[in-house]
Design a protein around this ligand. Sequence first.
Ligand SMILES: [Cu+2]
Length: 178
Amino acid sequence: MTRLSFWLCSLLLGFLLTSSDTALADDARAVMTGTNGEALGTITLTAAPTGTLLRIELEGLTPGPKAIHIHSVGDCTDPSDGFVASGGHVNPDGTKHGLLNPEGPDAGDLTNFYVHDNGYAWAEIFTSLASLDGGVGATILDEDGAALVVHTNSDDHTTQPIGGAGARVACGLIEPIE
Ligand SMILES: [Cu+2]
């Protein structure tokens, strides 16, 4: 093998490895919209050996700590109705809500994230309570799908049914990335 073809092969291999890494990086996404139908950004979901990694990048939200949950129905088509069509939390075991609740958590429970004064939020949240295909914890992408829902307040992780998180201010259908 000539030196040139060696380098060409290395380049090609590097490209293939890079592109397959990219393809594996995000397994699903939720394009988030607000209660007026406005675009707020995207949350990606990546399957991990022991759960699911969510990467949040949103703008246009009111500042402060926000609750986010995995809701059990993949339907965000009713923004003016407060996204009630997205149902309650993913909760196949019928447990109580709350990461700090002795009778919880439900599988859709997640930690809070923070929106800066300019309305921008970036965060990573990890859950081992649910996975896209049910390999770890509850199945997110079951027959009626699922949605990520952001609430106006933070979640106290104890109070029923949603930790005092208040109104639903953003919703995104969780869709697999082909
Ligand atoms: Cu919720």
